[in-house]
Design a binder for this molecule. Structure first.
Ligand SMILES: [Fe+2]
Length: 283
């Protein structure tokens, strides 16, 4: 199990009140891609349990493999870089213990699903994916509700850029043709322009080269060019969560985030903040 007691890889500089807060758009988009697509994968597997389709199942295995690898990479950087960085700034490791425990539990589930996807019954795979999707959505809601306000309050823009580089440099090269268009596909129109501008030229080139093939892959698996009723349900819950978060953000941010962490597990909206205009990009 990874612990948060290790020293941060980057010596943190506390943000002063007059400095701008870091923009967490790319972080939120990665969370949204994970939460929405685990939900869609669970739905797709449930459909295949009643309507077997070998070609579609192969597409699900490949998609799940790529998403799982990205989730593992994302959690590793959080455990090894983001949480230690925050812990050094707020002087409290305990607040991150639940996040680390969640990551361990999610990794165990992902590993079991990896085996199930190859050898198990599709119905079991569907049930496992549903359980994982619900746990991951809850985890992301807790993380965005408790730790994102802390990041915005205490991390400098410069240090956040270093953390972004840690996330991006940990991506496997062979997965970039999937991960880049995958994350961008979960952005609204305005978010898409902003995240691509921030991503840098190499990532924009990867996106331009592979967005079309990603869309074909996505359509072959999910068979819906636009968000499903399940996606819209996720969006509605996300909006409720976003409103709750906005309403509570007048409180002193870092302190309230630390204080609320113990009660975060009861959060009623287990989804990240997502935009109701979320569209599957078509450019
Ligand atoms: Fe995360």
């Amino acid at each position: 199990m990874t612990t948060t007691a290790q020293h941060p890889a980057i010596a943190p500089t506390p943000r002063t009140p007059t400095e701008p807060s870091p923009d967490l758009l790319d972080y939120r988009l990665v969370h949204r891609a994970m939460a929405v697509d685990l939900d869609r994968l669970a739905d797709a597997a449930a459909e295949m349990a009643s309507h077997p389709d070998e070609a579609r199942l192969r597409a699900l295995r490949r998609y799940l493999d790529a998403v799982s690898t990205e989730i593992d990479s994302h959690h590793r950087i959080e455990d090894e870089h983001v949480w230690p960085h925050l812990a050094a700034l707020v002087g409290d490791d305990a607040v991150f213990d639940q996040m680390v425990a969640d990551h361990d539990s999610l990794a165990t589930q992902l590993s079991a699903l990896h085996d199930l996807a190859r050898t198990g019954a599709v119905a079991h795979l569907a049930a496992g994916l549903r359980h994982l999707a619900d746990d991951l959505a809850r985890h992301i809601a807790d993380e965005e509700g408790d730790l994102f306000p802390m990041i915005e309050a205490v991390v400098t823009v410069q240090d956040y850029k270093r953390l972004q580089r840690a996330f991006r440099s940990n991506l496997r090269l062979r997965l970039l043709p999937f991960v880049v268009p995958w994350v961008v596909s979960h952005a609204t129109g305005a978010e898409r322009a902003a995240v691509l501008a921030d991503a840098g030229l190499p990532m924009r080139v990867v996106h331009r080269l592979f967005a079309s093939s990603f869309r074909r892959r996505e359509a072959a698996l999910f068979r819906r060019p636009s968000p499903s009723s399940g996606d819209r349900r996720t969006v509605r819950r996300g909006c409720r969560f976003a409103r709750m978060h906005t309403a509570s953000s007048d409180a002193p941010v870092a302190a309230s985030a630390v204080d609320r962490s113990a009660g975060a597990r009861g959060r009623p909206s287990p989804t990240p903040a997502v935009d109701p205009e979320r569209t599957v990009e078509r450019s």
